[in-house]
Write a protein that binds this ligand. Structure first.
Ligand SMILES: [Mn+2]
Length: 503
């Protein structure tokens, strides 16, 4: 028999390999992406001269989060370190890596027989082993015994402070863990650094989610018009991402500010839920990003609600676009992110000066902090499984600056190939910041108050792209109309667009 059947095994293994996918029209993410991540982690851990013998990495996945005291849960999203290692879709799992052998083990909760009635047939240990492409699978209640059998001596658990939130990652905790030595210091910086550098397979997923998000933004841009409500922009975006891209989640709360609201940096929150009616001539600032297989996109498009820029909008939009173009042309390995932030600030302030809003030396304006008045946020951030991805301020890398503008950056690192970051300069007219600048003699002397007053209530402009740092420069993965000409051309037929309830 063996002679009569010829099988191309390399091809077979590709066909047989388990994937994350949401159907034929969506991306197939091979489970080998996560195996490669695990191997990268083990390789980096082995470089640590303090690595104890018989060490095992032990990670706890995310748990279901109930809605208050009810039996309804929030839609589950996997914890990001666990996703990076295992891509397990279900809550309540643990994972272990034998650092010596590289073997991977998953532990799943032992669910009651009744599970099948409500939630369908539960896969077997073997099926899950195939599904996630790991070496072994057991139940959570067996962790301590299995690890003892494998002579695990030291467990490397995950403890570290997220430099954006100030919150700590959840260290694994299970019955019997006290029988092992715990080291919670080695793992965090190493796994964060691994997450900073994206593998070719991770870049493929990021490209996909950025493309879907770009197309969804274009769909919004095609449909939006005065008298619609801001949240209808959000609805079109989410609909497109899920319907076409298979993206069940967005990566953060959609920001759909129009008019003055476009100057509210985190608009869209519960107290301001994208519920204003859009007026003719408003600036729209839509900051939205889908999520696929855990990976995030983060894109902002700014444009007039009626598809036609007026002179003031042209001035501010081009000021931000020039800042963005300057960074796109300069960002490459070896360049420091703080310098990119200041470059964007300089180009922006120069344009505001040319537009008559400011006067004087740009360096002096930055010296007194006026750059932070008009762009109170950082130029951009690392992007990956988390929209504000880990690795911004790790030990051994530059610390957060105390200087205006760059103190807001989520990283002060020097760029390296394989990083993915957002480039998102902005210009906003935020009353409290303008009032503070006018009340500060050091800042006021650079401002033309009459001209500035014309821009009160303008809102803001942000242009945000998702960018891969390559060996020689950077590649913008975002694909949306960006110049004024491109946007006006793209939106010219909007007056005829109709929502389903208007047809
Ligand atoms: Mn962002």
């Amino acid at each position: 028999m063996a002679d009569t059947v010829t099988v191309n095994t390399s091809c077979l293994s590709n066909i047989m390999e388990s994937n994350y996918t949401r159907g034929e029209h969506t991306l197939r993410v091979p489970m080998s992406l996560f195996e490669e991540n695990r191997n990268r982690l083990i390789k980096e851990l082995k470089k640590n001269s303090n690595l104890p013998e018989n060490a095992f990495v032990i990670l706890q996945g995310g748990d279901d989060v109930p809605f208050n005291d009810t039996d309804i849960n929030f839609e589950f999203r996997q914890e990001s370190f666990f996703q990076w290692c295992f891509a397990v879709e279900e809550p309540g799992w643990f994972g272990a890596l034998d650092v010596t052998t590289g073997k991977s083990i998953l532990f799943l909760p032992r669910l009651p027989a009744e599970y099948e009635i409500w939630s369908g047939k539960l896969s077997t240990l073997d099926e899950f082993k195939q599904r996630y492409g790991v070496d072994e699978t057991y139940y959570v209640d067996e962790i301590a015994n299995i690890l003892k059998k494998k002579n695990a001596r030291v467990l490397l658990t995950l403890r570290g402070e997220n430099s954006d939130s100030g919150l700590f990652s959840k260290e694994a905790e299970f019955k019997g863990i006290s029988q092992f030595q715990i080291n919670n210091e080695i793992l965090y910086p190493v796994i964060c650094e691994c997450r900073v550098i994206k593998s070719p397979k991770e870049i493929q997923v990021l490209r996909y989610v950025v493309k879907i998000s770009s197309d969804a933004h274009k769909e919004v841009m095609k449909k939006i018009q005065p008298n619609m409500t801001e949240f209808q922009g959000e609805a079109i975006f989410k609909y497109y991402c899920y319907l076409i891209g298979g993206c069940r989640h967005v990566s953060y709360t959609c920001i759909c500010g129009t008019g003055h609201n476009s100057s509210i940096l985190h608009y869209g929150h519960a107290g301001a839920p994208n519920n204003r009616v859009i007026k003719d001539g408003d600036m729209c600032l839509f900051d939205m990003g889908a999520n696929y297989c855990g990976y995030a996109a983060d894109i902002t498009c700014s444009y007039p609600s009626n598809g036609k820029f007026n002179d003031k909008q042209k001035l501010i939009y081009n000021a931000v676009l020039d800042a963005r173009n300057a960074v796109l042309q300069t960002a490459k390995p070896g360049v420091n992110w703080c310098d990119m932030h200041l470059l964007a600030n300089r180009v922006l302030l120069e344009s505001l000066k040319n537009g008559g809003i400011l006067n004087g030396s740009i360096d002096d304006m930055i010296g007194v902090g006026l750059n932070e008045t008009f762009q109170p946020h950082g130029l951009g951030h690392l992007l990956g499984l988390d929209v504000h991805d880990v690795g911004g301020y790790l030990p051994g890398y530059p610390e957060r600056s105390t200087k205006p503008g760059i103190r807001k950056l989520r990283t002060a690192r020097t760029l390296i190939a394989g990083m993915v970051l957002t480039i998102e300069p902005g210009c906003y007219f935020i009353d409290c910041l303008l009032d503070a600048a006018l009340a500060n003699p050091e800042q006021k002397k650079y401002i033309n108050p009459a001209k500035l007053a014309e821009f009160r209530g303008f809102g803001g402009v942000r242009i945000e792209d998702d960018v891969l740092i390559t060996e020689t420069g950077c590649e913008n993965m975002t694909q949306v109309p960006r110049t004024i000409e491109e946007i006006e051309e793209f939106m010219k037929d909007n007056k005829n667009s109709k929502l389903p309830h208007q047809q």
